[in-house]
Design a binder for this molecule. Structure first.
Ligand SMILES: O=C(O)C(=O)C[C@]1(C(=O)O)C=C[C@@H](O)C=C1
Length: 379
């Protein structure tokens, strides 16, 4: 699949928690005030759409973006995604659970945060690193991270993030992802030439998009794509995003359920500064990462520590060991790997503790990423 990366420069960074509104020209802004209910959300949308209504598609881009900037700067209802620069100026108000996610309102990660922590305050962030940092600096309580999808498989980059930061996995959420094709009102399917979305979302809709013959353009998140279509009043482009994003940004749903399989589920991890105390009162899962010496049967031996104890593995993923990608042995060069394994047991179970003690005997590195309740909502 050809995906043309679209990365507009960040000109200015945002203040969310401090309430300072400023503008980035990469992501014009979000339209939801933190913690506001859907009625407030709708009110703020209608303010925006009324003010933007008179624009026509032919207007000069720079004039239009100046106007959008003015509207956004003047609106008191528009929170902005957190960026690293503004983290230092932010303070946590400590009332509801605050969950950082990458993207803008209407992103699936926001829905995952709300599924995991109903009534939470979902905090949009420009980058995953910012979301992680927001937790590390006590500005929010949790970060949410998409990790795998039933159609697209593992989200490799996010595995790497788990190791780069020192947060603990404290929960998982499985979310049914139902993609829609969104465009501005008055734009028909025949007018479309391009489609914008997160690369994962584009991949999940591969068949439909190929049938429509649309050129794919990758952006940072699905809702960000919808926002761009709306703010730039694009007449030849659609976004792959949620029905919620259509509501927020005032777009028309041209097609529903366009993912390649109706069972499209993304699994998200919830991350926190402290691990949760693992229990045995419900189904728990534990995620670990380890590396091994090179040699015949070493991975087999590692996996046997679980098999011998009848511990079920639910996921195994390997990623290159970035600092030492190649290992020389007997004149040959081998790739060095990290193995990420999820198994169905709690760290409170003696059998799991024994398995990890056994693995420690020959693993060159081992870290427990978290022991957390299994999301059984989709069983
Ligand atoms: O772009 C979004 O809306 C996201 O929340 C990200 C994301 C992902 O990274 O996989 C989440 C769920 C869907 O699988 C598509 C995109």
């Amino acid at each position: 699949m050809a995906v043309n990366a679209v990365r507009l420069p960040v000109t200015q960074l945002h203040g969310v928690i401090s309430g300072n509104l400023s503008l980035t020209n990469r992501k014009p802004s979000s339209v939801v005030r933190f913690g506001c209910g859907s009625s407030q959300r709708c009110r703020s949308i209608s303010v925006l759409s009324t003010q933007l209504e008179d624009d026509d598609f032919g207007r000069d881009d720079s004039v239009r973006s100046m106007e959008v900037k003015k509207i956004l700067d003047e609106s008191p209802l528009l929170p902005k995604p957190l960026s690293s620069n503004k983290l230092a100026q932010s303070v946590s108000n400590g009332s509801r659970v605050r969950v950082a996610y990458q993207g803008v309102p209407g992103a699936y990660s926001e829905s995952a945060a709300e599924k995991a922590y109903p009534n939470c305050e979902a905090v949009p962030c420009e980058e995953f690193d910012t979301a992680f940092e927001a937790v590390e600096r006590w500005l929010v309580d949790r970060a949410v991270l998409p990790i795998e999808n039933s159609l697209g498989g593992s989200i490799h980059r996010n595995y790497d993030l788990l190791l780069r930061h020192n947060l603990h996995i404290v929960g998982e959420v499985k979310l049914a992802v139902r993609h829609c094709l969104l465009a501005n009102h008055g734009v028909n399917i025949e007018d479309l030439r391009r489609v914008l979305s997160h690369p994962q979302a584009l991949a999940q809709c591969e068949n439909t998009l190929t049938k429509l013959g649309l050129v794919r353009e990758a952006v940072d998140d699905t809702a960000g794509a919808a926002q761009q279509i709306a703010y730039e009043k694009l007449g030849d482009a659609a976004a792959v995003a949620s029905a919620e994003a259509a509501k927020i940004y005032g777009l028309n749903i041209i097609a529903e359920d366009i993912q390649d399989d109706c069972d499209n589920v993304t699994r998200f991890l919830m991350l926190a500064r402290e691990p949760i105390i693992p229990g045995t009162n419900r189904l728990f899962k534990t995620s670990i990462v380890f590396s091994l010496e090179e040699g015949p049967g070493v991975l087999f031996k590692a996996l046997a520590v679980f098999a011998l104890r009848e511990i079920n593995l639910t996921k195994i993923e390997s990623r290159p060991l970035r600092k030492h990608p190649l290992r020389a042995s007997g004149g040959l060069k081998y790739f060095d790997y990290l193995f990420y394994v999820d198994f169905e047991a709690s760290m409170a179970d003696e059998v799991a503790q024994n398995a990890l003690r056994h693995l420690e005997e020959f693993a060159t590195f081992l870290r427990v990423l978290g022991s957390y309740p299994v999301d059984t909502s989709m069983l």
